[in-house]
Ligand binder design. Structure first.
Ligand SMILES: Nc1ncnc2c1ncn2[C@@H]1O[C@H](COP(=O)(O)OP(=O)(O)OP(=O)(O)O)[C@@H](O)[C@H]1O
Ligand SMILES: [Mg+2]
Length: 454
């Protein structure tokens, strides 16, 4: 009899062990189907059943008066016991925001809640960290697609720990450089956002992102121009696909002058054709778009001695002019830098105002984060400063839709970028060809005011 019981217990134990091992293996080898079939339903039930407690703990409930049956003490009985009576009366109760059923997403789940009176989506954004801990998830992001609603998107684990390989780009001047935290592609589209600031401490992944751009743009009919004041160490290997490369301050001044003259020439062309920008010109006469990559922006502004003062002033003005007018004439800027502080001079602050695309990798000094993302949500700054050193390439990105995201670039080695530069070398438009006809072209102050106002 006892042997029988033992054998039966052993059977149960073996079945349980096999089931647990099976679930473990399923989760390990095909996480997505495991998540959809097992993980998500359990999670959805637990979120719905614990929502009152979580909302209460995170301060997302409000007091409302309701009619309720309550127990109230009544007369003392002869036995000395206090009698209680049920009574229907109005009392204040904690009301939780109404929550829809959570929906599974690639990396977690998403749920819509109805805001209570007096609440704003920011109240939820402020408690995002508390919510993440209560639900034991990696992060919770809050958005508000329409008034009165907040969408809470939870990610179970950091989707940016591993990202895949860079896909080929399909549209002119648009490159998918990585992946957003939401699982969507991270795209840099120069036609929507013409100028970008890419900041970050050393080894944070700035050059990797520039490499991704080179790999994405190399097969496209665009001219690439490099400014590399680190003595050319970063961009010289990509020279076969660069139409021009400046590695010293004097070369930078020359190249920037060329760019300003090029803009003036294109302005004349557009004026003749009655077009407001090069994209309104017929394809046959439309000049080639130029993407300008700048590595270590600060070097352009740092002065070793007084003799450089004039050169720096000239560089600063020319770069600002390119940023102000480049968009209309197909000249786009991508500026990388470790430090983009106001201490570098007013030129940098003015340039920053022209760059609507912002990318902030891991930073050491809070000022660079503030300069890069400062005019966004303060939560973006907190997120930027929390990027760990172990995940180079992770950045906070502000772009097209006015929102900010955590994102990670695809890993693109120097070798891969060099290979792309060599492979598409024959697509490189020679600089002389691009700038032919620009001699004597100049932008007058009147042109500048007209164009900036337009
Ligand atoms: N998205 C990424 N995925 C994996 N590794 C990356 C990624 N981005 C960068 N890295 C690695 O991090 C290291 C530093 O990257 P990178 O050279 O781009 O930094 P950086 O910001 O340009 O630094 P510096 O200011 O010194 O030039 C590189 O060795 C690269 O391999
Ligand atoms: Mg670098």
């Amino acid at each position: 009899m006892r042997d029988d019981l033992l054998l039966r217990l052993l059977d149960v134990f073996v079945v349980l062990a096999v089931a647990v091992a099976g679930l473990w293996a399923w989760r390990r080898w095909h996480y997505r189907s495991f998540w959809l079939v097992v993980g998500y339903p359990l999670m959805a039930i637990s979120i719905r059943t614990t929502w009152r407690k979580v909302a209460l703990g995170c301060g997302l409930t409000t007091k409302r008066h309701r009619w309720w049956f309550t127990l109230v003490p009544n007369a003392v009985a002869s036995t000395g016991m206090v009698k209680v009576r049920r009574r229907f009366q109005r009392i204040a109760v904690d009301t939780k925001p109404w929550m829809w059923l959570p929906r599974p997403t690639r990396y977690g789940w998403r749920v819509t809640v109805h805001l209570l009176e007096g609440q704003i989506p920011d109240d939820y954004a402020q408690t995002a960290e508390r919510l993440a801990h209560s639900w034991r998830v990696h992060a919770v992001r809050v958005s508000s697609p329409r008034p009165g609603r907040a969408v809470l998107a939870a990610t179970m684990r950091d989707p940016l720990v591993r990202v895949d390989k860079i896909p080929p780009s399909s549209e002119l001047l648009k490159v998918t450089v990585g992946r957003l935290e939401t699982g969507k592609p991270w795209e840099i589209d120069f036609r929507t956002v013409p100028h970008w600031l890419n900041a970050g401490a050393t080894q944070s992944g700035k050059s990797n992102l520039a490499n991704a751009l080179i790999v994405g743009l190399a097969p496209q009919p665009v001219a690439l121009v490099g400014f590399d004041l680190k003595g050319g160490v970063e961009f010289t290997p990509y020279a076969p696909r660069l139409s021009a490369l400046a590695t010293s301050r004097t070369e930078c001044v020359g190249l920037l002058d060329d760019l300003v003259a090029l803009m003036a020439d294109r302005m004349g062309l557009c004026r003749q054709a009655g077009a407001r920008n090069i994209w309104q010109l017929p394809p046959g006469v439309r000049p080639v778009p130029v993407v300008v990559l700048v590595d270590e922006l600060a070097e352009l502004y740092l002065m070793a001695d007084k003799s450089e003062k004039d050169e720096i002033a000239k560089t600063s003005t020319a770069l600002l002019r390119v940023a102000q007018l480049g968009r209309a004439f197909g000249i786009y800027l991508f500026c990388c830098g470790q430090r983009i502080g106001s201490d570098l001079g007013p030129g940098v602050t003015a340039l920053r105002a022209q760059c609507s695309g912002r990318i902030c990798h891991r930073v050491n000094d809070p000022e660079t984060a503030t300069m890069t993302l400062g005019d966004l949500d303060p939560a973006a700054l907190v997120s930027a400063r929390a990027i760990p050193a172990e995940t180079p390439g992770v950045a906070i990105v502000a772009a097209q839709d006015g929102q900010w995201y955590r994102a990670r670039s695809f890993y693109v080695s120097e070798h891969a970028a060099e290979h792309a530069a060599r492979m598409y070398a024959d697509l490189t438009p020679p600089w002389e060809e691009i700038t032919s006809g620009t001699q004597g072209a100049e932008i007058t102050e009147a042109d500048l005011t007209e164009l900036i106002d337009a």
